[in-house]
Design a protein around this ligand. Structure first.
Ligand SMILES: Cc1cc2nc3c(=O)[nH]c(=O)nc-3n(C[C@H](O)[C@H](O)[C@H](O)COP(=O)(O)OP(=O)(O)OC[C@H]3O[C@@H](n4cnc5c(N)ncnc54)[C@H](O)[C@@H]3O)c2cc1C
Length: 320
């Protein structure tokens, strides 16, 4: 019976360890695993899952994921559709599996600006960046999005979304809110700029990340979304004057809140809240998903207790 299922969908593998597909280097096996290198393969895999009633998880570069030690009991489809094409009017058509870093450098060579900030995000794909509305240094992926082409996970209907229809908000999009669509491709609109200047800008962002982020250990980047919150408690405002500035901005760095709870450096098993940037939880080597999850819960609990803020976990939890 098992053999029959796999024969009907060549390329599907069984029991693939997801730790090899996440930047955390954590995660148990996917019951079934398939790499879709083009739209046709993606549709076939979705049809196969639908027919066999398998739960589906769509994987990009695995840089925003915490996968359970037990893995995922369904079909993981990694979207590796990575063709891209420069079009007229500074537009670029790009497959959802294209790496952000690779695309940023390709655009630089072509004298196109808009993705420099994204060059240092390891493994991340365009699809994952659109899904989670990736952003850094005040620049957002939505600043460059013109349209996004998707396929509905259930009906397999192809649907295009113009930027406005993507409902982008802080680290969110219609794709993340509904979990109904697989992103196949996008058209980005960039700006003309001298190649040298674009490359200089990429280097500046890379240097900033090198200095400010804990890049020596595996992680999934920022663990929590920076809360859009204002602190009114006078005692807290006196104790932590930085809060006055954050109140004006309307957004408080999660790393600041976690550090002020005295949690920077806290370890559970081989997982640690970074001392350098407390919004990063690190795999020091051999950490289990349950260790990372325990630190996530601890940070949430302590921040709620001290600041009365509910932090939203940005890292997507899979298979829990
Ligand atoms: C060192 C480091 C630095 C980082 N810096 C930043 C940063 O500056 N800014 C920032 O925003 N993020 C940052 N991140 C987080 C992460 O890289 C981004 O969120 C990235 O956009 C995720 O893309 P991905 O392809 O790896 O997605 P994955 O981690 O594979 O998946 C994330 C989510 O997107 C969904 N998804 C992926 N592809 C598709 C698709 N084609 N269709 C539908 N859904 C899809 C998945 O189902 C999952 O729910 C960082 C991560 C690391 C490790």
């Amino acid at each position: 019976m098992k053999e029959d299922i796999l024969k009907k969908m060549p390329g599907v593998q069984r029991g693939v360890l997801l730790e090899d597909y996440t930047t955390y280097k954590i995660g148990g096996p996917a019951k079934y695993f398939f790499v879709a290198k083009n739209k046709k393969e993606l549709i076939s895999a979705l049809e196969f899952a639908k027919k066999n009633k398998f739960p589906v998880f769509i994987l990009g570069g695995g840089s925003n994921l915490l996968v359970s030690d037990k893995g995922f009991k369904g079909l993981v489809i990694q979207v590796r559709i990575s063709n891209f094409e420069f079009q007229v009017s500074k537009n670029v058509f790009v497959g959802a599996g294209m790496g952000l870093t690779k695309l940023a450098y390709a655009c630089a060579e072509k004298g196109l600006s808009g993705l420099e900030w994204a060059a240092g995000i390891p493994s991340a794909t365009i699809g994952g960046a659109i899904y989670g509305h990736a952003q850094a240094f005040g620049i957002k992926i939505s600043d460059t999005i013109k349209e996004v082409t998707t396929i509905n996970l259930k009906t397999l209907e192809i649907k295009k979304f113009l930027r406005k229809q993507c409902q982008f908000s802080l680290k969110n999009s219609i794709f993340k809110k509904t979990k109904k669509f697989v992103i196949i491709s996008a058209v980005l609109k960039l700006k003309e700029k001298n190649t040298k200047e674009v490359k200089k800008s990429i280097k500046e962002f890379l240097d900033y990340r090198k200095n400010g982020h804990p890049m020596k250990f595996s992680s999934a980047g920022s663990t929590f979304v920076n809360p859009e919150a204002k602190i009114k408690n006078k005692k807290l405002l006196i104790k932590f004057p930085e809060l006055v500035v954050y109140n004006k901005k309307g957004i408080i760095p999660a790393g600041f809140l976690i550090a002020k709870c005295g949690l920077a450096g806290r370890k559970i098993g081989s997982a640690q809240i970074s001392e350098k940037h407390a919004n990063f939880i690190l795999n020091l080597g051999g950490a289990k998903a349950k260790d990372i999850l325990a630190l996530i819960k601890l940070a949430k609990k302590e921040v709620k207790k001290k600041f009365n803020i509910n932090m939203e976990t940005e890292v997507q939890l899979i298979g829990f």
